[in-house]
Write a protein that binds this ligand. Structure first.
Ligand code: DGJ
Length: 716
């Protein structure tokens, strides 16, 4: 009875809409476009996505598959959304109502409003494009005006549809100290899912990115490929479903695992953005698109310089005191770094943080180790010309802490079962606003008391297990979502007060690296594995999706058989830093490091802001070669890492990329160890860009040691 008028109105609206054919909705960038059409029954279809096409072709497009597939009606495949209404009806029918497009500077957004003709439910698909960077995003905004909450069991950010002969999926899996291992495989019929259920530190096993290549595997320079991710620092899910007709549906969103969401009337559920870029020229172009987009829009201070830092973690672990730190400041000064970063172990008094068993949550300086507090450390480091930064793990607590005793109800744990620890710690219940205040205050107090603190490393060393929120009570299925939203609330507060402060995102190695978080962070920690050789692969893996200025890369004493030069050259391909004792450095090591830091500061604008070209993959050859080129194509840096010296190795010329064919460039090997000269046949030669990109450089590594070279290629 009650619904009749609404239904009648909806039917009328549908009839009106049927009368007027809606022109194709175009979501486009410089080189790619998506065409959405409205079918006769008012469904919004994705009719095309790929290379940019002309207007006459767009006008001819018809058919396609629903852009945001619903459940419970005729769709028999994985839905983008599934809703159970408060009368128990599990169906949803989304019909086009209106759309509008806006431009804000260089960014274009299109909102497409859809409504259910029977239930008062509406979904807006919100598309954003960054045309210059060829990057797209999509998110769904879900609302309803039913009397009571509806239950959402699926709430994807969006879907992409493809029709190709074959699909090749590239994924990156990992674990602690062995992050981002790349695998490319064909998709077969059925569903492949890349996902995380870890709650926090969610990238631990599966990196939050994929490449989807159409018809054949893509390489660096050829092939049609889509690079995708989700801006969400929580459980994520990408499903790839190949149907009986070989059509592919890609669904991206929050992982709905154990997360039925009860959406109250008039509450808005906004999904995170699924971000994707299209490339007709392989993975290299897709990466460069994302790098540019990240620097311009998605990463905090993306266009600004990064500091070279000395961290004390691998040098001291938690075993240090004030005097030892001051010695390390001296070492930092000797090396020529900009900042000293004090890692874990500085806090806790009743429960001193002398190992990883105690103290998390008690964020006051340990009086035995640091009798003069943090202010003294800031002063002493500044006296030596260094800024000072500090480590925090504000989302966590050790049971052996004052915080645990004072607030047992601030912790995620099952009320009637034994506590389950990861690294001897538990996760705080960030869904509780009082915990959010505590986390904000932890950061705020440190920065208020020490206004010259110049850097924070924000760590997160465990994922969720046995998770139960005392605050959420009967709404436990909201925990994973609310946790991430709460984390963003805290980060938002921090950024409102401290908009520019550099903060490194870290999660027990590379457990958190996503663009949902990166708008609050300047860089991330890719792995606790800092062995130079391993880092060639790990940093290579991250480079598919992140620009060099976000990838923290430290020279450490791991990889002892590698030279200091090798480890330094590897760290230079990201945001260079150090985490090493220098007491056994020879005078030449110090001289080398001084010069390396000076060199890095000179060339880092090219590395951090330039276009990256991966030239030779360490997955395919026993070396890795990559280069960065500035926007004017006048300056370029090329790195070569000889990863596996074998007698069988035969290396051909490396063809460069991204240069100006008409310019003449001089090749100079730089970052040489004191007392050594370049014996590379190409050193000091001059070539045109045309020559370098067509014939290439003969820089074949020789010998039987793991070695590396850095070349500067400058237009004359
Ligand atoms: C894990 C991080 O990845 C390390 O760099 C270090 O900060 C430790 N946590 C400290 O506990």
């Amino acid at each position: 009875m009650i619904r009749f008028p609404a239904l009648a109105l909806a039917v009328l609206t549908c009839i009106q809409l049927q009368a007027q054919r809606i022109a194709p909705i175009l979501i486009e960038t410089k080189n790619a476009c998506m065409v959405l059409t409205v079918s006769g029954n008012q469904r919004v279809l994705q009719s095309y996505f790929g290379k940019k096409i002309d207007r006459p072709s767009i006008e001819k497009i018809s058919g396609g598959r629903e852009a945001y597939l619903t459940a419970g009606m005729e769709n028999q495949f994985e839905p983008a959304i599934r809703m159970v209404h408060n009368d128990g009806n599990p169906s949803l029918d989304l019909r086009y109502v209106s759309h509008n497009t806006r431009q804000d500077g260089k960014v274009i957004t299109t909102d497409i409003l859809m409504k259910d003709p029977v239930y008062p439910v509406e979904v807006t698909l919100h598309y954003t494009t960054w045309p210059e960077e060829d990057v797209f995003s999509c998110q769904a905004i879900i609302r309803h005006q039913e009397k009571k909450p509806v239950m959402l069991t699926q709430y994807a950010s969006g879907m992409l549809h493809f029709n190709a002969d074959q699909y090749w999926l590239t994924q990156f899996h990992g674990d602690w100290a062995r992050e981002v291992n790349m695998v490319e495989e064909p998709l077969t019929h059925g569903i492949k899912s890349l996902e995380s259920k870890l709650g926090t530190r969610t990238n631990f096993y599966q990196t939050q990115f994929y490449f989807l290549s159409l018809n054949r595997p893509s390489d660096e320079n050829t092939g049609e490929t889509i690079a995708g991710t989700l801006n969400w620092t929580g459980n994520f899910q990408f499903t790839f479903e190949v149907d009986q007709r070989n059509a592919l549906r890609v669904r991206s969103g929050i992982n709905p695992y154990a997360s039925e969401y009860y959406l109250a009337p008039n509450e808005t559920f906004t999904t995170p953005e699924m971000v994707f870029t299209w490339s007709g020229q392989g993975k290299g172009q897709a990466s460069r698109n994302l790098h540019r987009w990240a620097r311009n829009y998605a990463v905090l201070n993306g266009k600004e310089d990064r500091m070279v830092l000395l961290n004390n973690w691998e040098a001291t672990y938690t075993k240090f005191d004030e005097n030892r730190l001051v010695e390390l400041f001296d070492e930092g000064k000797k090396l020529g770094v900009d900042l000293f970063l004090l890692d874990d172990g500085w806090f806790g008094n009743n429960h001193p943080r002398n190992d990883d068993k105690t103290g998390l949550g008690d964020w006051e300086p340990n009086k035995t180790k640091l009798p003069h507090g943090i202010g003294y450390l800031v002063e002493e480091s500044e006296k030596r010309g260094l800024h000072f930064g500090i480590w925090l793990e504000p989302e966590m607590v050790n049971p052996k802490s004052d915080l645990y005793k004072a607030h047992p109800d601030w912790i995620l744990k099952l009320p009637n079962r034994e506590e389950n620890y990861g690294r001897n710690q538990l996760v705080l219940d960030l869904t509780n606003p009082r915990v959010q205040d505590f986390v904000f205050k932890t950061v705020d107090d440190l920065l208020t008391q020490n206004p010259r603190l110049a850097y924070i490393k924000w760590d997160c060393n465990r994922s969720m297990t046995n998770a139960y929120s005392p605050f959420l009570k009967e709404k436990q299925s909201h925990l994973y979502i609310e946790y991430t939203r709460s984390l963003y609330k805290v980060l938002e507060r921090i950024r409102t007060k401290y908009p520019k402060l550099p903060i490194m995102l870290c999660a027990g190695g590379g457990g958190r690296a996503d663009y949902g978080a990166m708008k609050y962070f300047t860089e991330f920690w890719p792995s606790d594995n800092t062995d130079g050789l391993e880092r060639v692969f790990i940093q290579w893996g991250y480079s598919y999706f992140f620009p060099a200025n976000t990838i923290s890369a430290h020279v450490t004493s791991m990889g002892k058989n590698q030279t200091l030069k090798f480890r330094t050259d590897v760290a230079m391909m990201g945001r260079l830093g150090y985490d090493i004792r220098t007491n056994n450095f020879t005078p030449q090591d110090i001289e080398f490091t001084n010069n390396a830091i000076k060199t890095y500061k000179r060339i880092s604008p090219v590395i951090q802001q330039g276009d990256q070209f991966r030239l030779v993959s360490p997955y395919e050859e026993d070396r890795a070669v990559l280069m960065y080129v500035n926007e004017q194509k006048t300056s370029s840096i090329l790195f070569q890492y000889f990863t596996t010296p074998r007698r069988k190795n035969i290396f051909t010329n490396v063809r460069l990329q991204g240069l100006d064919p008409g310019k003449t460039y001089r090749i100079r090997e730089i970052n040489l160890y004191p007392g050594t000269k370049s014996n590379n046949p190409e050193n000091d030669k001059q070539y045109t860009g045309e020559y370098l990109m067509s014939i290439g450089l003969n820089i074949a590594p020789r010998g039987f040691a793991v070695t590396s070279n850095v070349f500067e290629i400058i237009a004359e």
